[in-house]
Design a binder for this molecule. Structure first.
Ligand SMILES: Nc1ncnc2c1ncn2[C@@H]1O[C@H](COP(=O)(O)OP(=O)(O)OP(=O)(O)O)[C@@H](O)[C@H]1O
Length: 507
């Protein structure tokens, strides 16, 4: 059999946790091989070992049939192995070409030969249908484009085996379609791909085979053509998963949040949200649907106090909070699951327990006369971590950075729900979560609603918005296109509204 990579019986232990325990994965030349497993199952660790970021404690790695030791990522590249991480590793102020040549700058004599590099990038970009401008600055291009730069970086270094760690978690639906095409182009040119993803549909759409791991152990390998999504999900979590959200019809009460003619600018001082009005009531989930970048981020920042409102008012429980400080909004009962878990969700170098009290440390019993009450904090943190099944090496004292992405996300959601807020603003709450955790988080959001609280859900996953929300407000270009009841609509209709077509056909 022509295997380009074989990872045999791999074991890797971190302090207090066995991340990989006897995992075997074999990659055929020219295939897309999915790696599926729960949050914290050990996928990123396994790929980190293949890319030379970690050393396995036990096990063998063969590349092109030969046993090798991959002591660092440079060695991995020499063996033809490249990786795109969950969080990109690009220098924002640099251009595409400058990022590409970083560390191995081409020179003509003593002078940097940027032009030659740019030419090669352009050629590769064309060959694989990437459409990247070699002179664009990273901070000026979209996330989807940045990912293509990461792909180019691998190709520029002649990688034959390309590893992707949850590549579509940060992409918009349109970008995902483009990405799937790019994957097929890569395979057509003879590359081999390992794809970590939680999205079963995506596995069905692009992958040939799939290795499934659970709690650090290989559960099995399937031919994707012969397995259903439900079968793969069950192998992964060890129980059946319901892909439907169970909920009763909502019984909305008083208006909790009233947005009255909000106009908000973006970072470039252009109008991002224009004259936007919407009510969210107690006991209902209102979803915001829209293509990314149509004012959703500014809307959330306006409500939470992270961005100035140019005109209009935000009313919360009948009080005008338009100019209120962020801390006071939290005290009033507004909680926020932010879109970017690293920038706004967690302090990565704090422990989990410190992260769990970021909004409440000044309250009793967590502190008294300026002194922290450690046992009370630990107890509080443990309760959240247990109820949300946050898995980490050392429990509450683990540093947030050491957790897997999905477990970081679960910790944030737990922290915000524990505040029992009258208004929960959840932005992409299930990004990067496995299907079992998604099922659980959706259940908790509905429970929160059923306790008479208001939920504002912002998500790019249309299916999620329609399944979880009671009403859906569709935005396009910063304007409210319409509000529909989710039980009377479907993806096609909401999709059209997202493109600016009003209900009934008008634009
Ligand atoms: N550098 C590290 N130090 C300590 N523990 C770590 C480290 N990296 C990973 N872990 C732990 O190893 C386990 C496996 O993590 P890993 O990131 O490989 O999971 P994953 O399957 O990629 O999860 P996700 O789907 O949530 O991204 C987790 O419990 C994590 O907390």
């Amino acid at each position: 059999m022509d295997y380009v990579v074989e990872m045999l019986n791999i074991r890797k232990e971190f302090a207090g946790i066995v991340a990989n325990d006897d995992i075997t994965l074999r990659l055929k030349r020219g295939e897309i091989h999915a790696l599926l497993g729960e949050n914290g199952a050990g996928k990123s660790t396994l790929m980190g070992i293949l890319f030379g970021m970690y050393q396995a404690d036990r096990g063998i790695i063969k590349v092109n049939g030969e046993e090798t030791r991959i002591s660092n990522p440079n060695v991995a590249y020499k063996l033809g192995i490249g990786m795109v991480h969950q969080h990109f590793k690009l220098v924002e102020k640099f251009t595409v070409t400058e990022n590409m040549i970083l560390g191995s700058e081409p020179r003509k004599g003593l002078i940097l030969d940027i032009k030659a590099a740019a030419k090669r990038i352009e050629k590769l970009s064309q060959l694989y249908g990437l459409n990247v401008d070699p002179y664009a600055r990273i901070e000026d291009i979209s996330v989807g484009m940045q990912q293509r730069v990461e792909i180019l970086k691998m190709l520029y270094r002649d990688a034959e085996v390309l590893i992707f760690d949850e590549p579509t978690a940060v992409l918009t639906p349109q970008e995902i379609q483009d990405f799937e095409k790019i994957l097929k182009n890569l395979i057509a040119e003879g590359k081999s791909v390992i794809l970590i993803t939680h999205k079963l549909k995506e596995i069905k759409a692009v992958a040939h085979r799939c290795t499934i791991i659970r709690r650090g152990k290989t559960i099995g390998m399937v031919d994707v053509g012969e397995a259903t999504e439900a079968q793969m999900a069950e192998m992964m979590v060890g129980r059946q998963i319901s892909f439907k959200v169970d909920k009763q019809t909502s019984t909305p009460g008083e208006v909790v949040l009233r947005l009255d003619s909000l106009t908000i600018s973006n970072n470039k001082k252009l109008t991002a949200l224009n004259n936007f009005s919407l009510d969210v009531r107690a006991g209902e989930v209102v979803g915001i649907a829209g293509v990314e970048g149509n004012g959703q981020a500014e809307l959330v920042e306006g409500i939470t106090g992270l961005r100035k409102i140019e005109s209009g008012h935000v009313w919360f429980q009948g009080k005008d909070i338009t100019g209120m400080a962020i801390r006071d909004r939290i005290e009033q009962g507004i909680a926020h699951i932010p879109e970017d878990r690293h920038k706004r969700g967690l302090v990565l170098d704090y422990t989990l327990e410190e992260n769990m009290i970021l909004e409440v440390y000044h309250r009793e019993p967590f502190s008294k006369r300026g002194l922290l009450n450690k046992p009370a904090i630990r107890e509080y943190a443990n309760r959240i971590l247990e109820s949300f099944d946050v898995r980490s090496g050392q429990g509450a004292v683990s540093v947030a950075r050491s957790l897997s992405g999905g477990n970081q996300q679960k910790a944030i959601i737990g922290r915000e729900l524990e505040l029992a807020p009258d208004l929960l603003i959840a932005v992409q709450p299930t990004r990067g979560l496995d299907v079992g955790s998604i099922e659980y988080i959706h259940k908790r959001l509905i429970e929160h609603r059923d306790q008479g609280k208001a939920v504002l859900l912002v998500s790019l996953e249309l299916e999620e918005v329609i399944q979880v929300s009671d009403r859906i407000a569709v935005v396009n270009n910063g304007e409210l296109i319409g509000v529909v009841e989710s039980k009377d609509t479907n993806e096609q209709e909401v999709g059209l509204m997202m493109a600016g077509v009003k209900r009934g056909g008008g634009v």
